[in-house]
Design a binder for this molecule. Sequence first.
Ligand code: ATP
Length: 979
Amino acid sequence: MFLKRVEMQGFKSFADKVVINFEHAITGVVGPNGCGKSNITDAIRWVLGEQSVKSLRGTTMTDVIFAGSADRKMVNMAEVTLVFDNTNRSLNSELDEIEVTRRLYRNGQEAEYLINRNNVRLKDVIDLILDSGLGKDSLSMISQGNISSFAEAKPIDRRGIFEEAAGVSKYKKRKMESLSKLERTKENIERTQDILMELERQVSPLKRAAKKAELYREKKTRLEEIEIAVLVEDINTINQQIEDAKKTLFNIDAQSTMFQTTIQVHETQNLEAKKEISDLEKEINKLQEELMKIVNEIQILETRKIEFDEKRKYAIEVGTNEEKAKQLQSLVQEAELEYNDRKGRYDQCQINIQLLSEQLSQVALQLAELSQKTNEENGLLRRYQNRKELLESLLKDPFNSQAGVKAIYDNKNSLHGVLGVIAQIIQPQVGYEEAISVALGGTMYNIVTTDEEAARNAINFLKKNQSGRATFLPLTVLQPRYLSRENQIVCENSKGYLGVASDFIICEDRFIPIKEAFLQNVIIADNLENGNALAALLRYAYKIVTLDGDVIHKGGSMTGGKSKNSASLLTVKKEYEEIVQLIDSQVAACALAEKGLADTQRKREELERGLMEHRISSAQLEPVVDAKRSKYEKLKNDYELIRPNDEENHDANFADEVIIHLNEAYSRRDEITNSIRSKREYRIKVSQDVERKEQQIRQIRRDLDTANASQNAIKIDQARLETKLENNLQRLATEYQLTYEFAQTKVSDSHIENAKEEVLQLRSEIERLGNINMNAPQEFEEVNERYEFLDRQVKDLIDSRDKILSAIDEMDHVMKKQFKEMFDAINNELNDTFRALFGGGKARLILEDPSDILNTGIDVDVQPPGKSVQNIRLFSGGEKSLIAICVLFSILKVRPVPLCIFDEVEAALDQGNVERVARYLTNFSNDTQFIVVTHRPGTMQQCEVLYGVTMQKQGVSQMLRVELKDAIDLADSQEEKKS
Ligand code: ATP
């Protein structure tokens, strides 16, 4: 048997557990009205998933739970189990036996379904029975109501049973699901499309705004790049120009100084030269006066000599030999005198020349020495000046070697809370520069900030610009450090202790924490020896520095010594002042050396002049000496010819004296003349020098004026360039937070071409863009993402709509085909069935609208024997029932079902028809298990087994197997009650 067993408990009137075993093909259920027969079919339908409270004849689902009776309390749970034999796989499962259970609790609304005692969902139960022919609209449960409503129904309402038979119900159900899914999909499409449209309205303007913002950002970035490039380029150019200006200024300065020095030197030299000229003129005048005197003297002496000569001439001509010889002797003596005089003078000249030459050589040596000395002094001065320049640049640009510190220092105006570098904040007292410098060490370059936030900001600036590293000291975190009281007493009683480093510092009050934190525990000693002694006493617990800059570190290690040109920021100022003084004294030393050199040069000139004078004299005297010697030798020869034997020495006479005087006078005259000539020549030379120098001075003054003018112009230009430079640097720092050095690394050459024009162009383009919503790209991104997501969703939805539609089409096709085939098959069977049950005639099913198979109504035209063809509705109640039963049997023939429950189907038939129907039923018992609820003995006779339903206890149904006779009795008792 397909349905092997029904177990009920608490279901409607079946309060107690009732088990009905089905072992025969046709089982009859009999019993009086209201005993609970239909409750059995209700129970079966309920288990199979009936959800309609109305068709279960209640108002709420809990109405199926036994509600109690006069002597039975109500129960709280209804449970019904159907046990199926599934060996021929009528049910959608691989198991041979299947138990389906439904439970309902009074207090719980949710029903429980179980398949083989496992909890399942309603859907699982429906799936299980889907193709079995069971189910609420199936042919499995036919009641009298079904029969009469089939007969009375409108054609359209008759479709259900045919659809069920054709197996299109499940397609129809799926189609319904698909349609509702389609509906939902369409709604979703519409809703999504509405949102899409709304988004589309937002997307377009947002897209435009985003594009605009993007364009703005591009142009702004490009502008920034170019502006930075332009700024960097400008700064480069300005730096170069400033550098050039500095060089030019330096050159002009040097030139001016040189001009001034030259003017000064020339003027001094000219003053000296003019004095010399005046002295020379005085000397020349004096010499000229002397010369006049000498010339007069010579004239007088010459006159006298002429007189003698005349006398001698006369004596020689007319005198005796003796007389002659005497005169000649005088002449020889005179000639000798003259010759000796000239020769003597000539020799003296030679000696002088020799002497002066020697002196000149010495002076030349001296000059070389002095010139070297002057060079050395000047070299030293230059060295001092170079050092001064270096120190000046150190003072001006103190952090050149500390990139990070320099970057912060240069940009401190654009960085908040940066107060300065320690080396500049504190000032050592005079004499303590070295000591404080080593006491601080590297801390000197630490940068003081107001607080930690300012330090962080500055560090970020360094990072962003990759400008190096620096150490920062937030004032807020500094802690004072000091000597302990005992150690202070030890120090104060130690030799050479001068104090702690912080005692020798001058600084603003707000920076006192710095000296307290770094210098209050550093001891200053006068020298290393005392420092060592003190360090030992203090057990090397403190840093000790000496005035010389030596250090005894904590723990005792020592650092000291001195390197050339070392300058810390604190000592540089002191060294600068020292070097300025050194330069002053060196300038004096140079001047002294140069004066010595000039004096010696003058001396050399004097010697050269003297030498020249003597050389001239010597050259003049040389022929004179020769002439005098010839004259003397001729006269001597003449005299030898006539010389008497008793020659007596000619005494010096008056004439000789004249000659001697004359010689002297001539010698003196020559001397003076030479001297005058030499002095004149020298004066002319000096005058020419003066004249030349004055000309030079005039020229130099003009040059100096030009130099001063251009110096002023360059200085003005330089100031202008420096302001421009400052502005550009400021702009880089404030607008782009960039240092010039870092900006340089960001700039490539290609930016520069036509940059200025491009900047103007970009500016006007940015201006033209108008208001910009910088959030637009992000907003667009978000909205567009949503738009695209929804757009994809719409496409997916349309896709699935199309799939549903094509699935529906396919289902329609299958349904049409199956329905038509089934309809035709049933129609074929109907005539035979009709003829069998009516004893002749004919019957036919009619499609109301054959063109619309899926929706058409179904009518039945019949022609009972001896009657005309009529529509089913025109027959009597009993006839209608019989026609409906004919249709039912035709369907069962074509589409057998495993279980069929007839609930008083034959109620309206007369006895003969009841028997015919009951007999006809047996035709199907091979394929179908029948449970027949009936009152009619005709039907009962055809049942293989009969169950009686009774209510022995009021309100509680019971089941018992009965024999036909008892069953008829039960039915009769019913009939009796009725009557
Ligand atoms: P008829 O031959 O007149 O069709 P029947 O034998 O088919 O009668 P049913 O309709 O199956 O009788 O049973 C109706 C009986 O079941 C009534 O007496 C009714 O009081 C009882 N009944 C229905 N629901 C419940 C319930 N929840 N609790 C108790 N009894 C119930």
